[in-house]
Design a protein around this ligand. Structure first.
Ligand code: DGT
Length: 147
């Protein structure tokens, strides 16, 4: 069922993020700057879609800008609508499995690879909860299939 959005907060901000997973099943997270919205939270690389960009162009630009990585084979896994007190964002979540991705933190942000079941021990934006649920569910299904 469609959810109503509070438009008094201005237009919905379109955001793209990448859940980048390596050969060990670890996922890359970076830390937001101290002066940004959600300061010092851990997050997935990504950011706002700029005018004139489509989602894949925005994802590529943000990933190159933040972690010097051009995503290659991505799968769109989730669309999340989230209302913060000051803004409403729509987050398009993409997933990429890359065996040995070369990444570096371009904006001098902290960056780390984390096993998916340890993501919950990091402070991630509340909007990201469905992403963690998705990864848990997927991992459970994979274990089920291999047993
Ligand atoms: P800028 O250019 O400084 O305005 O920043 P951008 O374009 O890098 O975008 P950013 O990261 O400030 O905005 C993304 C919005 O989405 C922000 O309100 C936080 C929210 N968000 C929630 N979860 C995530 C996530 O996992 N990654 C990113 N990048 N943003 C997330």
């Amino acid at each position: 069922m469609p959810r109503s959005l509070d438009l008094s907060k201005g237009p919905v901000i379109e955001v793209v993020v990448l859940v980048l997973e390596n050969h060990q099943g670890d996922v890359l997270i970076t830390q937001r700057k101290a002066d940004a919205h959600l300061a010092n939270y851990w997050e997935f690389p990504g950011g706002k879609v700029e005018s004139g960009e489509n989602l894949s162009q925005a994802l590529k630009r943000e990933c190159i800008e933040e972690i010097d990585h051009a995503p290659n084979r991505v799968e769109h896994i989730l669309t999340l609508n989230h209302e913060y007190p000051s803004r409403t964002v729509r987050i398009q979540v993409f997933h990429e499995i890359s065996t040995h991705p070369k990444v570096k933190p371009i904006e001098s942000q902290s960056m780390k690879w984390v096993p998916f079941d340890e993501l919950q021990h990091h402070q991630l934006p509340p909007a990201n909860t469905p992403i963690l649920e998705y990864l848990h569910k997927r991992n459970k299904n994979q274990n089920h299939q291999t047993n």
